[in-house]
Every structure is written in C-alpha cells, then in structure tokens.
Design a protein around this ligand. Structure first.
Ligand code: HEC
Length: 152
C-alpha cells in the first residue's frame, strides 16, 4: 500500500516537473511539425525539374564539381557517401541556402531562384532519391520542413 502510493506520487511529480520544464508551447510546436514534415525520399521533385537542373549544373557547376558530380580536390563531390554524410538529417532549406548564397564559388547568388531550386532537385535526384509528381518550390519555409532522409 505504502509503496504503491509512493510510486504514484513520484510519477505525478515527474509528470508535473516535465510539464513545468517543457511548457505547453513546445508540445504544440511538435504536434504541428510532424504532419507537415516530409523527407527527401517522398518524391519531392519531378524528373523534368531534375533535367532542367542538370542543364543548370552542366553550365554552372560541372567545371568544378565535375560532370559526374564526383568532385576533384579541393572541390567536394555532390553525390555519394561523403556528400550525404554532410547533408543527411539536415533539411532541404539549409542546402538551398548553402548553394544559393555560396555557389557558384566566385559568383554566389548569380543564378535565379528557379535555377537554384532546379539544381537542388537534380542533386537530390543524383543522390538516389526518387522523383514524384510535384516540383520542388523555392519557398524557404516549406523547404525547411523537408528532411534529407528516407529511401535513397
Ligand atoms: C569555381 C568552382 C566551383 C563552382 C563553379 C561551383 N562550386 Fe560548389 N564548391 C566549390 C568548392 C571549392 C567547395 C568547397 C568549399 C566551399 O564550401 O566553399 C564547394 C562546395 C559546394 C557544396 C557543399 C558540399 C558539401 O559536401 O557540403 C555544394 C552543395 C555545392 N558546392 C554546390 C554547387 C552547385 C550546385 C554549383 C553550381 C550552381 C556549384 N557548387 C558551383 C567550388 C565550386
């Protein structure tokens, strides 16, 4: 009897403590983030978009990152294990910002948003994620909800 009450009281105290520390707003945020969140494996770009992105890549990126995306010291590869080691579990918004604000190296920001988002679609394709029926859009808030994860 005594033991049971103690355990119940302890449980209640832990619960109360948990609520006090985390607070209601973070619970609400977590609940909102889950249904909106997608992963790169969910068919987030179309194959037409990837083809356009490949043209952008060939004209603006391949001279450094190589036509097969394999890179060449000191230029890093953009497809494969090393690339994914940098980007897995980050979100597509971070990759979009990284590319659109620092690439092409020496001429950052020189492409249009459409060209940048198409080339991101091409990179996601080249890393083995499947295409879908909806194009990836250059909307930073939406891109932040897509995690680079899933089947590839
Ligand atoms: C003049 C050569 C050059 C061009 C052109 C260029 N890059 Fe890069 N890129 C680099 C170098 C060097 C690095 C590594 C140093 C750095 O991060 O700035 C890099 C890094 C990157 C990274 C980070 C890779 C990682 O593993 O985190 C991405 C992504 C990238 N480039 C994409 C692109 C895309 C897309 C284009 C075309 C729109 C492009 N780059 C054009 C030289 C270039």
């Amino acid at each position: 009897m005594f033991m049971k009450h103690t355990a119940t009281a302890l449980f209640a105290a832990v619960l109360a403590g948990g609520f006090a520390v985390t607070g209601a707003p973070s619970f609400a945020l977590a609940a909102e983030a889950t249904p909106a969140g997608k992963s790169a494996g969910d068919g987030i770009f179309t194959s037409d978009q990837s083809k356009r992105g490949e043209e952008v890549y060939n004209a603006n990126c391949a001279m450094c990152h190589q036509p097969d995306l394999g890179g060449k010291e000191p230029v890093p590869e953009l497809a494969g294990d090393k690339f994914l080691a940098h980007w897995l579990n980050h979100n597509v918004g971070e990759l979009f910002t990284r590319v659109s604000t620092t690439m092409p190296q020496g001429k950052p920001g020189s492409l249009t948003h459409d060209q940048y988002i198409d080339v991101i679609g091409f990179l996601i394709d080249a890393n083995g994620f499947k295409s879908g029926t909806t194009e990836l859009k250059a909307d930073s808030d939406a891109l932040k909800t897509i995690t680079i994860a899933g089947n590839h």
